[in-house]
Design a protein around this ligand. Structure first.
Ligand SMILES: Nc1ncnc2c1ncn2[C@@H]1O[C@H](COP(=O)(O)OP(=O)(O)OP(=O)(O)O)[C@@H](O)[C@H]1O
Ligand SMILES: [Mg+2]
Length: 203
């Protein structure tokens, strides 16, 4: 979708968040199911995984592309899946903890389930092969707009500066989350790849 807007950058970002969140939340249950299945097909078509791969994903919320089936497939294929937990000390960055079928889960401050903290199950960012991020909107240049917490931007700030190639960071989104051009801020970490139910974008 493409949005024509005016106002300050923060107002523009707020308006895009509202418009795109509304668009993805109005997808029907069957559209969401089709999108989830198409995501799995595209994932295994485009993403080349070492065996076993260390892959950070997230549990979907707020109309996001459903990752549940993909997570189950990856676990069934003996890959190691990690989910974000809000850092217990700084409260502003993310840690990635191993998730298995019986992992104890706990609701965070946004009522999103995260694995109950167990330091021995945390995977350092640089040991992940892939990190799949949620997003609210993306544009034709690989810019990413999240929910506004800055969690991924802060977590990836140093990674971005060093130019590290691992983990490979890939945004996941419905096709309806694409806008022509996002108003970006200095701290926004752009993405090299975005996977949707219909294609893989690479910049
Ligand atoms: N690297 C950083 N260091 C310090 N503060 C940051 C950094 N990145 C983002 N922030 C702060 O986080 C706040 C939210 O940022 P932004 O609006 O870009 O969030 P977002 O990208 O939508 O969220 P998320 O990263 O959780 O998906 C901003 O007010 C910004 O000041
Ligand atoms: Mg940002």
């Amino acid at each position: 979708m493409s949005t024509i807007i005016s106002g300050t950058i923060q107002e523009e970002r707020a308006l895009i968040r509202k418009t795109v969140r509304n668009a993805r939340n109005t997808l029907s249950k069957s559209e969401q199911k089709d999108a989830e299945a198409a995501l799995c097909i595209n994932f295994f078509h485009y993403i080349k995984l070492p065996k076993p791969a260390h892959i950070a994903l997230y549990l979907s919320n707020d109309g996001e592309l459903d990752t549940n089936q993909l997570i189950q497939y990856l676990i069934d294929k003996n890959h190691h899946v990690y989910l974000p937990i809000i850092h217990p000390f700084d409260g502003t960055t993310l840690l990635f903890q191993r998730y298995e079928k019986n992992s104890p889960m706990i609701a965070n401050r946004y009522a999103i389930l995260e694995p109950k903290l167990n330091c021995s199950h945390i995977c350092p960012l640089y040991s992940l092969d892939y990190l799949f991020t949620p997003l609210v909107a993306f544009d034709e240049f690989g810019n990413r707009l999240g929910m506004g917490g800055g969690y991924y931007d802060k977590t990836l700030a140093n990674y971005h500066k060093t130019g590290a190639t691992k983990p490979v960071i890939v945004g996941l989104a419905h096709d309806c989350q694409k806008v022509h051009q996002l108003p970006i801020a200095a701290w926004d970490v752009p993405l090299k790849h975005i996977l949707t139910p219909s294609k893989l974008y690479t910049w």
